[in-house]
Design a protein around this ligand. Structure first.
Ligand code: ZN
Length: 74
């Protein structure tokens, strides 16, 4: 499962993935797991990740496609 290659997923013992977002409910950065992802939307400029925090706050994080090209260009 490699749906979040740009988020530097961390493989856990139970195959869960975590990623960090800024949650307005927590008013801080929060680590969420793959089970908190509502939807992944591929767009021309990258991926839009819709998440739902453990506190109930929902939000979206845009992952620019250029971010993936930096390694190859450099
Ligand atoms: Zn939260």
């Amino acid at each position: 499962m490699t749906i979040l290659p740009l988020l530097k997923p961390v493989r856990q013992g139970d195959n869960r993935y975590m990623f960090a977002i800024y949650c307005s409910g927590h008013q801080s950065r929060v680590l969420l797991f793959s089970e908190h992802i509502d939807e992944l939307v591929n767009g021309p400029d990258g991926v839009l990740l819709r998440w739902r925090c453990t506190c109930g706050t929902t939000g979206t994080t845009h992952i620019p496609r250029d971010h993936a090209d930096l390694q190859e260009v450099a």
